[in-house]
Structure formats: structure tokens, C-alpha cells
Design a protein around this ligand. Sequence first.
Ligand SMILES: *Cc1c(COP(=O)(O)O)cnc(C)c1O
Length: 248
Amino acid sequence: MIADERTAELARNLQAVRSRIERACADAGREPATLIVVTKFFGAADVHRLAGLGVRDVGENRDQEASDKQAECMDLDLIWHFIGQLQTNKAKSVVRYADLIHTVDRRSLVTALDKAAARLDKVQDVLIQVNLDPQVRPERGGIDPAELDALVEHVQQAASLRLRGVMGVGPLGEDPAPAFARLAQAAADVRRAQPAADVISAGMSSDLEVAVAYGATHLRIGTAVMGSRPTVGYRRSKGGKNNEGEAQ
Ligand SMILES: *Cc1c(COP(=O)(O)O)cnc(C)c1O
């Protein structure tokens, strides 16, 4: 385990986030929700630090970055979550390393992921992303809740995909509660079609308590653990060095 100042910072942040989650789950009378630490923009060295601190679930939102980083973390026993908007031409790449893909939101993507998973002889776990904006905004990803049932059926027909639940991103600059209530409704609709699909991925650094109150089972936490994201993007480390310079 790496013992340096950055590790100490991550340890402090993790402790604070874990106690927020514990308190929120206790208030809701629920089992502890799973913490996914969103490591986008931060290098593989930080992922190693997190693993040393007991983190098991990490989240990434861009294929190139995630695939490079995962290759540098083969020695770690981690669960990789893909949480970003996904183009169909990236399906083949993402199924190689993602344990759970949170952002399935259209038929063409279902078809592409199913084909890619079949080619690897893999059953790919997926969530359907539901758009939670009061007026559906396609550029933010997620299916219109009105079209959810049809997409659920499509995923169920995909032999190499396994539907595990739903995912949502709280609307920008609005009260997250009504949005997470809509997601809870969508989750109930999905469970009616597929009872074992009990995952609700919702809640970020600023709204995790509200998400837990509305049933979130998986929380995607970036900033509150990692600190502010750097403006310079992640670049693959060269020659075994990490990219800390860029990632702070
Ligand atoms: C970046 C990201 C998060 C984490 O957001 P924070 O506010 O930094 O906690 C969660 N979900 C998705 C889809 C993201 O892209």
C-alpha cells in the first residue's frame, strides 16, 4: 500500500463519505449502500491507493481512459463500473473490462453490447439509464421513462446481457428529490418485469443522502473522495510512472 500525503487525504475523504453513507442508510432503515468511487481524471496510482484503503468499486465515464487505467490495475481485485454515455462503436471495448455498465439507454446500444458480449462469451451486467430531467434532455443521456418498458423487453431478449436495475443522474440545479422519486418508480417498473433487477444507481457527492432516502443501492461518488477534478484530462502514464502531475 502506498503511504503518502495523497493516501492520507483519500483516507480522510473516504472516512467522511463512508460515515455520510452509514448515517443516511441508518436514517432510511436500510442496508449499507455500495460506494462506487468515481476515479475519472485521476490516474492509476490513485486507484491503487483506493484499493489499499479498502475500495472495491470504481467508476469511469470514458472508454479510452477507463480501458488504459484498467490495464494498469490488473493486479487489483476491483469491480469496474462504466457510468458515462456510451457510443455504440465503443461497445466492444467496454465489455472487455466493465463489470457493470450503467448507461444503457437505447436499442442500438443494447444490440451492440449484446453482440460484443456474445463474442467474448460473457454475460454482461447492465443497468438502464433513465432520464430524470423534468423535460427529457437527450444530450444528458437516459431513456424517457415513458419508453422504459419497451427497452426493458429489448434487454431481456438480449441473450448475453443481464438486466440488473436502473441508473439516474439528478437534474442540474434542481431539487433532486422528485427526480429520485421518478427513478424509484422506474426501478419498481423494472422489477415487475425482472424481479432480480434490484440495483438503483443514483446519488453523487452533493445528493447522496437524498438518493439513499429514495432507495439508491449504489452511489457514484467522485469529488467528495477524490477532490476537485483537474481541468487537464487524463493521459496514460508512460514507462510505469503515474500521471499525478496532471491529476491533482
Ligand atoms: C462524475 C460523475 C459522478 C460523480 O460526481 P461527483 O459530483 O464528483 O460526485 C457520478 N455520476 C456520473 C454519471 C458522473 O459522470
